[in-house]
Design a protein around this ligand. Sequence first.
Ligand SMILES: [Zn+2]
Length: 118
Amino acid sequence: MIRTNRQLCNLSVRLTHRYVMGASDMDEWQDIGAYSFLSRRLIKEAAEYDELDTWAYTVRVDSKASPEQIEQALRSSLSGGGCTHAHDCCGCPTWHASDIKHIKRREWSVTVGGYRNL
Ligand SMILES: [Zn+2]
């Protein structure tokens, strides 16, 4: 789910929260620009069997939106997962973005960790 190539991704603010995480595509989103991954650094290796490694990503943001909107959009765009299963045994990963910081100009830092639905 977390792509680290230079491909441009849509940067979107999630406007509604009517649907569960795995079905969040059905909520309303507003595109405010684009982002791409520049680099990543391993912050913490998974310590528990259901954890995922935690990475700090440097992303380039192309957007005319306010810093507050960009932060919110990065949080929405880099959090989530595809799991819609009711039972906790499918192993699907869920990601959460935190520590979103503006570094300089168009560069932002985002820490992304996660766990598996086990
Ligand atoms: Zn699942």
